[in-house]
Ligand binder design. Sequence first.
Ligand code: NAP
Length: 310
Amino acid sequence: MSLNILFAGGARRWPDYRAPLEAALKAEGIDADLDTAFPPEAVDYIVYAPNDELTDFSPFVNAKAVMNLWAGVEDLAGNPTLTQPLTRMVDSGLREGMVQWVAGHVLRHHLGLDADIVNPAHEWKPRLPPLTRQRPVTILGLGQLGAACGQALAGLGFPVTGWSRSRKSLDGIDCLSGEDGLAEALHRAEIAVLLLPLTPDTRDLMDASRLALLPRGAVLLNPGRGPLIDDAALIAALDAGHLAHATLDTFREEPLPKAHPFWAHPRVTVTPHIASDTRPDTASEVIAENIRRSEAGEPLLYLVDKTAGY
Ligand code: NAP
């Protein structure tokens, strides 16, 4: 019997996802109708990205899963109408993109590239280039993205410390956990990268007291989620010279309002939530595989723990 798969990822994305999803479903041998509208009770699976048009999942009484196209599920995990199993996106293209954004911005700060790029006085000032082995980097969050970024940086020679809820064992990364582990991870970090999900436990994690644990002159990168950081505390730490720079890709409010002090701050770089994005070709393969698994009675991959919030 043919399955009905609702694409509820927003009209803008439908042209990008339609052909890759159809191809991936076919490759998995799944007989399905894929469309942007069905009677709700006829829907078997929902491919979803947060949008204003669909926030009430209760009419989809026969839906076997909601499959989020994004890695972050903070807008969904607490939705009381979403009683169906929820999966999040783990996609090789998303991971590649994040590794490249993080490596690029870590190297920018490590090498002090800004001094050469912006040199209006045309000053010839040679300096001893630093080596990665002298620059400790800390990654908060050692999941799909954090672990890959940490291992890529370790491969470039950075001493990498990582922190996560459960203690990990990862080649190239000194893995810590717990409150003491967080203090130690921050204490070591000349460059700190936030790759935690936004949950009730991680909201405002980087408050004034945690920012103060970073060594003087540290750089903070946040491709995770904006509310992981207390904005006012970050600006105070930058103004006091405690932090040298913050490169921020995610914000409490997006798009970042024009009047927000981050835009004009000399020690802040804003990127418009482009650290990484789900890639329709690789993501479609993940979705098709999960539908095949579900139909075969196998456990879904990348199931969200709605209680933990990620
Ligand atoms: P993931 O695989 O779920 O990994 C999350 C990591 O955070 C895990 O190591 C987890 O610990 C840790 N963690 C969660 N809660 C914690 C807590 N209270 N204390 C300590 N550690 C905690 O997620 P992912 O795929 O790597 O993605 C991470 C986040 O990146 C996403 O949630 C999203 O917000 C963000 N993201 C941003 C972009 C962008 O373009 N800016 C793109 C994609 C994703 P355990 O391993 O012990 O569970």
